[in-house]
Design a protein around this ligand. Structure first.
Ligand code: V47
Length: 359
């Protein structure tokens, strides 16, 4: 087993750490040592700056044919609570967001059994007209694969058509844990990990930036987490299309995975964020998603390698349907205060990480 001392020396000398070394970090509870290494790796890339953005999340529908065991958000079409927003309702939310100073829409939904592919194209075009200043970050790799299935178009054709309609980039959802054995248990109907990577690689080739997430704190082992991050690191070496890595802490209420699983611990959250910063040397940004972490862990994570906070959000369903105790939304001034009190410099960014203002 590699020692923390040899791993520290690697970080100091800016050398990539191995999967075995990442496993040794997970086996240790020396949180402060990991924080120190992650902070060094982060400061080299980002100094004292912490990015945040002013965005609005929209989930057009919760009807989904995938029925993942960890998900408390989805409904079947005939189930109570199932909803689908109209294009007008989606645009109304976008216009509100633009008027309140947002720069990004983050749009993800379920795999709807009836809506045809042109619905999504038309919605993007309508959004372009209704709120032309907003960058549209939309559709996980899982949705893009589904669009290809329901339309008979290739991945390349789907992505080109969505780009033409206004798609600016893609979020990192649907990755869960990319290891097949875990997917069989938590999301057996979902596309494979290999297919997720293939869709993302295709998006990167089409010139779309994406993020990558990792859902942790359920049935996976730490070896699964490291294998997941290694697949992402390998792909990033080939495409350089990922912007941020976002570990998502599993929220255990109201899903089929609830039994016997409690939420993640603060120690695990901070370790996972720090190790991701250390291991993913080719990712510029590690994002804390305060919705799943809570504001306080998200703030403390800024001393553990994190350099990005998402965001104002406004309306969040996926984590809150699963019992997340965090608020629905943070104001821009609350985010700025949170970052300043962590002794960092808040930098508002656009979706492509261009700085807009520093506070
Ligand atoms: O893919 C579902 C996760 C994801 C639960 O790219 C859950 O900027 C915790 O991907 N507990 C969607 N997580 C959210 C997402 C995201 C969020 C913020 C920023 C970005 C980005 C992407 O939420 C799903 C799934 O992995 N999820 N259920 C749950 N019970």
């Amino acid at each position: 087993m590699p020692t923390l001392e040899t791993i520290k020396a690697n970080i100091r000398e800016n050398r990539r750490i191995s999967a075995q070394e990442a496993l040794a970090l997970f086996a240790s509870n020396d949180l402060l040592a990991m924080g120190e290494m992650a902070a060094l790796a982060n400061e080299r890339k980002n100094g004292k700056n912490v990015f945040f953005n002013v965005n609005r999340h929209i989930n057009p529908s919760n009807i989904c044919v995938n029925r993942c065991a960890f998900c408390a958000f989805y409904r079947t079409a005939d189930q109570e609570g199932a909803y689908t927003l109209t294009t007008e309702e989606i645009c109304h939310r976008a216009v509100e967001a633009q008027a309140s100073g947002a720069t990004e829409l983050h749009i993800v939904g379920g795999l709807h059994p009836d809506l045809p592919f042109p619905f999504y194209e038309e919605t993007l075009s309508a959004l372009r007209r209704a709120a032309p200043d907003l960058h549209i970050k939309a559709f996980t790799a899982v949705e893009i694969d589904y669009f290809s299935c329901i339309s008979g178009l290739s991945l390349e054709q789907v992505l080109e058509r969505l780009k033409a309609a206004g798609l600016g980039s893609m979020p990192g959802g649907g990755a869960e844990i990319l290891v097949e054995e875990v997917r069989r248990k938590i999301c057996p109907e979902k596309i494979s990990g290999a297919r997720w990577l293939e869709v993302i690689a295709t998006a990167h080739r089409a010139g779309l930036k994406t993020n990558a997430t990792m859902l942790y704190g359920h049935l996976e082992t730490v070896a699964d987490r490291v294998a997941h991050m290694e697949m992402l690191r390998d792909l990033q070496d080939r495409t350089n299309g990922f912007q941020a890595f976002i570990p998502l802490a599993f929220q255990p209420e109201n899903s089929d995975l609830k039994l016997g699983i409690s939420g993640t611990s603060g120690l695990d959250d901070l370790k996972t964020l720090a190790i991701s910063r250390i291991f993913l040397d080719n990712f510029d940004h590690i994002k804390a998603y305060w919705v799943m972490l809570g504001e306080k862990i998200a703030q403390v994570s800024l001393a553990f390698g994190v350099n990005d906070l998402d965001g104002t959000v406004i309306e969040e369903k996926i984590g809150h349907d699963a019992g997340a105790p965090s608020p629905q939304s943070l104001t821009k001034s609350a985010i700025i205060r949170l970052i300043k009190r962590a002794d960092k410099v808040p930098v508002e960014r656009d979706t492509l990480y261009r700085p807009l203002a520093s506070y």
